[in-house]
Structure formats: structure tokens, C-alpha cells
Design a protein around this ligand. Structure first.
Ligand code: 17E
Ligand code: FE2
Length: 417
């Protein structure tokens, strides 16, 4: 009998500081049991990963799995706007079935896992009366739980107060087991409905003891100011780190005087931010001529002010975004460009935004990280720095989930002839 089930030899791990160390990592019964510069005991399986970057897995903190892999159904988004996307999805969602949702979601999750994602927060549209997207994704959450952790947000795509019946559907979704309460205040018919929707989301979250993740101000309108309402509700209720504001693209259009004041409120509120640079660089700015706005939230400034920022892919081949394979390094790469995070500490921060910061947002820190006692979920990349991870964006060599080697990818080899 071997002492350990799995042993990684000389993995390059960043332990808290900026410096990395070469460490042996021993795994038994699905958990990390020892980390040391040399471990002499034997293991059933040993992987020699000398000098290869070994990190906690990627965290996808914002994706819509219910619409994934539907691009072009029933038609292509020609204007490229959020609003045409919502219209196309409203047509496509008329003929959802559990089978359709589950097949596409699991295919997407497999694609994500082989690219090193082991934690996913997905939105499920709950503004469809049968709640098929939600039911399907709740079933998927259970089907895949041995290899990937899925969290489901009850997301009222068509608004909570702007369509009769949607408020009740949102509450029903929580009763069915959604992990997180969502919302879309900027798409409610009036400012007043938007404010009321945020207040209702906080009430439901406290009543059902759930997290909050609101699509917030995903427009270029500098008058869209629901983030301040989210901050106010967070401060009033003390829900702070249990709350996330997704997209917040209007923050990129606010005047600096307002943005500066707001930043102070956000620091008091201590909520999480999720930016989706791949999608918002394409969706936003569509009503602009030139100069054309980037339409992405103030990632750099939020990060500089100590707020927790993570990055999401948002979409993979759906009515809002036709490209994508689910690779979080594509997301980090786009953030480096769009948010001008080009300094070395900034590039490293973008890696954190697709790993550890996402884990904070999802509240999964108890099972996340390379530490003795935690579940052995980690990835080994075929490079030795965060910088090269973002530069090459290649698949991990190994993805290890809860102690099991889930995938092995052979690196590309090019021969000059
Ligand atoms: N729905 C929405 O309101 N915004 C988005 N970016 C997507 C769906 C993908
Ligand atoms: Fe989204």
C-alpha cells in the first residue's frame, strides 16, 4: 500500500507572496495531506511536474449556461447589442426542454473543466414561466458535482417588476433551490422599478439566506446608477461580501467626480465586482460613433482601491457573443488589453481575477486553494509564470479535481521541416 494516492513532484506554487517555490504536494482520499520541499513517501501515482506552474483551478464567476451553444438560433445577432440579444433569446427560450438545457450545459462544463475551471457560477433565466432553464441547471449542478462545483443564480432576464408574474417566478426559483438571487435593474421599465427590484432582491436574499449577484448598469448610459443602490442596500443590511455587482459597465461612463464619490461608498460596502471584458467590449459602445467607448467597468481602479474583482466569460456561442471556448485565460487576456492592466503586478492581478478572487465571490474558499486539509483541486500548466499563462492561454497539462486526475492534455508540438 502506498502512503499517498497521488504525489506531484516539484510543482511551482505561489504561496501567499509574489515568490514561488518548488514543492511536493501529496494527496490522499481526495485531499491535500502534505506540502513540503521534499516528500519521501511513495504514492500510487506520481507526476513529475518540475517547475511547472501549479495553481488552484480557474473560477468562472459569471456565465449563462442556459443560452450557451445556441448562437444563430433562431437567428444571428446582427446589431450586436444587448437588446437584440435579449430579443433573440426570448424567441429561443420558447422551445427549451430539460434535455436541451442539460445537454448544452454539460457539454459546456466539460469544455470548461478541461481548460482548468472547477468552480462555476451560472445564471439561469427565471423569466420563463415553466422555469425549465432553472430546473435543468439545478439538475446539472447535481449530476456534475463530483468533478465541478456549480452555483446557480436565479436571473430574471426580463426584469422583476416589468413583466407581471416575474416576481413570483423569482421567489419560486429560490424555493426550488437556486443558490443566488439575481436581477437586472437597468432593464426594468423605470428607475423606480429598478430601485424597487434591488430592494426586493435584498429582502429575498435575507429571507431565503442566499447570496446576491445582480446584473447592474450593463448599459452605456451614464444616468444608469443602480450600483449606488446596491451599495446602499449592502451597507444597510451588512450583506457586503455576500453581494456581487456584475458588468457595471456604466461605471466606465460616469463622470469622474461622481465615480470618485461612488468609489468611497463601494469601499464601505465591500461588495464584489464581476467584469466580463470579452462580452462588454463587443456589446457596449454600439450607439457611439467616434470616439467609441470601451464600455467596461473601472477594473483597474476598483482593484487599486482594494475591492474584490473577478472576471467572467459571460457567454459561449450565444445570442450575445458568438465566439469563445470557455477559456478563462482568454478572459484575463482581454482584461489586460481593455482595462490596460499591462504592468507586471497588473498582469498578475488579472490571473488572480480568474482564480482566487472568483473563489471569494462564490464563497467557496473553504474548498479552494493549495493548502493542507483542503480538497485537492488544482491545475498544472505547461509554463512557469502567470504572465506566460496569459500570454499563451493554453490548456492545462493536468486538471486534478477532488484528488482525481480529470484530464491530461498533451502540449502542442511544432516541428520545422
Ligand atoms: N443577459 C444580459 O442581460 N446581459 C448579458 N451580458 C447576457 C445575458 C449574456
Ligand atoms: Fe451576464
Amino acid at each position: 500500500m502506498s502512503d499517498y494516492d497521488l504525489l506531484l513532484r516539484q510543482a511551482k506554487v505561489k504561496m501567499g507572496t509574489d515568490d514561488s517555490e518548488l514543492l511536493d504536494i501529496a494527496i490522499k482520499n481526495g485531499r491535500i495531506v502534505e506540502i513540503a520541499s521534499t516528500i519521501n513517501n511513495d504514492a500510487s501515482v506520481t507526476l513529475d511536474v518540475y517547475g511547472k506552474l501549479t495553481s488552484p483551478p480557474f473560477v468562472e464567476s459569471h456565465i449563462h449556461l442556459d443560452s450557451a451553444l445556441t448562437a444563430g438560433e433562431p437567428r444571428w445577432n446582427q446589431s450586436g447589442t444587448l437588446f437584440e440579444g435579449i430579443q433573440i433569446w426570448s424567441e429561443r427560450k420558447q422551445n427549451l426542454s430539460l434535455e436541451d438545457i442539460k445537454t448544452r450545459a454539460i457539454a459546456t462544463l466539460r469544455q470548461q473543466a478541461e481548460q482548468g475551471i472547477l468552480f462555476v457560477r451560472t445564471h439561469a433565466d427565471v423569466s420563463e414561466p415553466q422555469l425549465i432553464a432553472l430546473q435543468g441547471l439545478l439538475e446539472v449542478r447535481d449530476i456534475v458535482k463530483d468533478w465541478i462545483t456549480v452555483q446557480v443564480v436565479a436571473f430574471p432576464q426580463d426584469g422583476i417588476f416589468s413583466n407581471p408574474g416575474n416576481e413570483a417566478l423569482l421567489e419560486k426559483a429560490l424555493q426550488m433551490g437556486a443558490d443566488v438571487v439575481g436581477g437586472i435593474p437597468h432593464y426594468e421599465l423605470t428607475r423606480e422599478y429598478g430601485v424597487k427590484s434591488v430592494e426586493r432582491i435584498f429582502e429575498l436574499a435575507s429571507e431565503y439566506d442566499r447570496l446576491i449577484d445582480i446584473h447592474c448598469d450593463e448599459v452605456d448610459d451614464e444616468q444608469s446608477r443602480f450600483l449606488e443602490v446596491v451599495a446602499a442596500c449592502s451597507i444597510r443590511t451588512g450583506m457586503s461580501t455576500r453581494v456581487s455587482a456584475s458588468h457595471t459597465t456604466a461605471f466606465g461612463s460616469y463622470n469622474n467626480a461622481y465615480a470618485f464619490k461612488l468609489m468611497g461608498f463601494l469601499q464601505r460596502a465591500q461588495i464584489n465586482f464581476i467584469a466580463n471584458p470579452l462580452i462588454n467590449i463587443t456589446l457596449q459602445g454600439r450607439a457611439d460613433t467616434y470616439p467609441k467607448r470601451r464600455g467596461v467597468t473601472r477594473v483597474k481602479e476598483l482593484w487599486q482601491n482594494g475591492l474584490n474583482v473577478s472576471l467572467g466569460h459571460d457567454c459561449i456561442q450565444d445570442p450575445w457573443y458568438s465566439l469563445g471556448t470557455g477559456n478563462m485565460l482568454d478572459v484575463a487576456h482581454m482584461a489586460v488589453h481593455v482595462c490596460q492592466m499591462t504592468g507586471m503586478p497588473e498582469i498578475n492581478a488579472c490571473y488572480d481575477m480568474v482564480t482566487v478572487n472568483g473563489a471569494k465571490t462564490l464563497h467557496v474558499e473553504d474548498k479552494y486553494g493549495i493548502e493542507v486539509g483542503k480538497p485537492a483541486s488544482l491545475i498544472v500548466l505547461d509554463i512557469d509564470s502567470y504572465y506566460d499563462a496569459i500570454r499563451y492561454r493554453s490548456k492545462p497539462l493536468y486538471v486534478i479535481s477532488q484528488g482525481k486526475i480529470l484530464t491530461h492534455t498533451t502540449p502542442e508540438v511544432t516541428k520545422w521541416l
